[in-house]
Design a binder for this molecule. Structure first.
Ligand SMILES: NC(=O)c1ccc[n+]([C@@H]2O[C@H](COP(=O)([O-])OP(=O)(O)OC[C@H]3O[C@@H](n4cnc5c(N)ncnc54)[C@H](O)[C@@H]3O)[C@@H](O)[C@H]2O)c1
Length: 69
């Protein structure tokens, strides 16, 4: 599977399995958007992942939030 250069939206990406997935994808050259709750550590986590990561505060159950991500 070609990961380098793809963009991925990762729901729940600020912690646990989602964060591990995001880190793995970034390591392999992907861009990632972490869609996670406003109360999560997403902002800080995205900074730590580097330039190819961004955080969108939202709820995966909201179609509008998912579309923004
Ligand atoms: N950790 C495991 O070994 C394991 C094994 C099997 C299943 N699971 C399941 O996988 C899921 C994730 O587990 P985890 O350990 O990564 O949990 P976690 O709590 O570390 O991470 C979940 C993330 O999802 C976010 N989140 C919760 N509700 C959200 C919503 N409505 N919209 C957007 N983001 C939301 C949380 O803020 C958090 O950052 C859970 O449902 C868990 O039960 C985990």
């Amino acid at each position: 599977m070609q990961i380098n250069g793809v963009s991925a939206v990762i729901t729940g990406g600020a912690s646990g399995l989602g964060l591990a997935t995001a880190a793995r994808l970034v390591d392999q050259g992907a861009h990632v958007v972490l869609l996670d709750l406003p109360t999560s550590a997403g902002e800080q986590v995205a900074k730590e992942l580097g330039d190819r990561a961004a955080f969108v505060a939202g709820d995966v159950r909201s179609a509008d939030d998912a579309a923004r991500a």
